[in-house]
Design a protein around this ligand. Structure first.
Ligand code: PMP
Length: 284
């Protein structure tokens, strides 16, 4: 039976419930993380925990336990569920309040840890790549709500993803209000042009993905030049390679964008090298 951690206790999945007055539910007022476990080891654990606490600080939520206790809660939940290859969903909500917005009425944040099997894209996607469209829904402007906060309110991304579903594609690219490429609905994006790896800078208004950071580190080690810069729709269409990355997806090549075939329509050589290195790193 699956066990879920809520505020210091493990519950059976069916009993794992929170109040309808929790502002996480009422207003999307909270933050979360998605983390992978490979061979029993929490991948990039410290990075995910740091980002969770930063997201919480940015919206004024005080997480009622320290980082070590958070790691322990994850480890205990994994153990209770006997998982060594897993996906962890860490959720921190503002907690129980009343029906008004006032966050001060929520006396204590709630911490939830859900562990589950990994849900990847079908295996053929990793070999063949996938098709994207550029959504007409822009990414939230960072001055209104920074995409660096991994908040429980994903409506902006969901609206964009729905456009993808209408167009029968699995992922979409979101632009910022200036028209530059930001990221996908749940992944970051890279392109390769003339041997240089490029990705939007955090200042474009993106979630600073941990997989993205890992790929940039791997590229440095492999001697591949990396640039964080403004990327346009045109740059994507004429790229030699495009791929997306995230905790759930890992790395996936994009082979068509808005009906334009990317290069020869196959995952490219730099993508393949990076994927191999990433898998090597994740499996140790
Ligand atoms: N951007 C968005 C909007 C996301 O939801 C995610 C996945 N959490 C990412 C990028 C990738 O981030 P990470 O590599 O840290 O999973």
């Amino acid at each position: 039976m699956t066990k879920v951690y809520i505020d210091g206790q493990l519950y059976e999945k069916e009993e794992a419930k929170i109040s309808v007055f929790d502002h996480g539910l009422l207003y999307g007022d909270g933050v979360f993380e998605g983390i992978r476990v490979y061979n029993g080891k929490i991948f990039k654990c410290r990075e995910h925990i740091d980002r969770l606490y930063e997201s919480a600080r940015a919206i004024g939520i005080k997480i009622p336990m320290d980082k070590n206790a958070m790691v322990e809660a994850m480890e205990n939940t994994l153990k209770a569920n006997n998982l060594t290859q897993a996906y962890i969903r860490l959720v921190v909500t503002r907690g129980v309040g009343d029906l008004g917005l006032d966050p001060r009425l929520c006396k204590k944040a709630s911490v939830i840890v859900i562990t589950d099997k990994i849900q990847l894209y079908p295996p053929e996607i990793y070999e063949k790549g996938l098709e994207l469209i550029i959504a007409s829904t822009p990414r939230n402007h960072q001055s209104a709500l920074s995409p660096r906060i991994k908040s429980l309110n994903y409506l902006n991304n969901i609206m964009a993803k729905m456009e993808g579903q209408q167009a029968n594609v699995r992922e979409v690219v979101m632009l910022n209000l200036e028209g530059y490429v930001c990221e996908c609905s749940a992944d970051n994006i890279f392109l390769v042009k003339n041997g240089v790896l490029k990705t939007p800078a955090a200042s474009a208004g993106i979630l600073k993905g941990i997989t993205r950071d890992t790929i940039m580190e791997l590229a440095h080690e492999m001697g591949i030049p990396v640039r964080e810069e403004n990327i346009t729709r045109f740059d994507l269409y004429v790229a030699d390679e495009v791929f997306l990355c995230g905790t759930g997806a890992e790395l996936i090549a994009a082979i068509k964008i808005d009906g334009r075939v990317i290069d020869d329509g196959k995952p490219g050589p730099i993508f393949k090298q990076l994927l191999a290195k990433f898998r090597e790193l994740a499996s140790v």
